[in-house]
Write a protein that binds this ligand. Structure first.
Ligand SMILES: CSCCC(=O)C(=O)O
Ligand SMILES: [Fe+2]
Ligand code: NI
Length: 199
């Protein structure tokens, strides 16, 4: 199964479409009000965010994951067990994860246990919150503004994938002149066929 996107929100913020799903919501910047909103498949795909629903139980022998890794050249892999006992400078790392940033490369995360929120900016610069749970593989394109935070489960175990030697450098917003940002915007504009300002 390839990429599928939620086009709408129901009460529990999930929707089944083509046998796969993502839990998404729009939030306002204060994070106090959660605003359920309609998000079409097209709108989400235009952001360049990819998503797969996999079986996390036997991830070491998962052929579907293997196929994705081979197709996209993800030869690097490690596991991030996000808990204070296992992560040095835990609080500081969480703070950095939740600071809006971009990378020069894709950010590939596969949730094996626990859960958390990836927030990405949509084409109108509004946050879209993606609720990641075990089995969710998400790929954020280089240059997209994003951030991550734990939810009330307070725990997540993530597989990190990368092409070649990993680079985790985060460039905090604003980064309008960063090459990856420029490329990303160019791709967005190209896909939309109209300047972003037109929205
Ligand atoms: C906990 S992984 C997600 C946080 C992030 O955006 C990053 O690592 O760059
Ligand atoms: Fe990141
Ligand atoms: Ni628009």
């Amino acid at each position: 199964r390839m990429v599928n996107y939620v086009s709408n929100l129901n009460s529990d913020l999930s929707l089944i479409r083509h046998g796969s799903w993502m839990r998404v919501m729009k939030i306002n910047n204060s994070l106090i009000t959660v605003t359920p909103n309609t998000l079409t498949i097209e709108e989400f795909a235009e952001l360049g965010v990819l998503y797969w629903r996999l079986n996390p139980d036997d991830y070491e022998n998962d052929e579907e994951l293997q196929k994705i890794r081979e197709a996209r050249g993800y030869n690097y892999m490690d596991l991030l067990d996000l808990c204070p006992e296992k992560v040095a400078n835990y609080e500081e790392k969480l703070k950095n994860f939740y600071t809006e940033h971009i990378h020069g490369d894709e950010e590939i995360r596969y949730c094996l246990e626990g859960s958390g929120y990836f927030d990405v900016r949509d084409k109108d610069d509004q946050w879209i919150r993606i609720w990641i749970k075990a089995g969710d593989l998400i790929i954020l394109p280089a240059g997209i503004y994003h951030r991550f935070t734990l939810d009330t489960s307070n725990y997540v175990k993530l597989m990190r994938l990368f092409v070649g030697e990993p680079v985790w450098t985060a460039y905090n917003r604003p980064q309008e002149n960063h090459p990856a940002r420029k490329e990303y915007i160019k791709g967005l504009t190209g896909k939309l066929g109209v300047p972003l300002e037109a929205h």
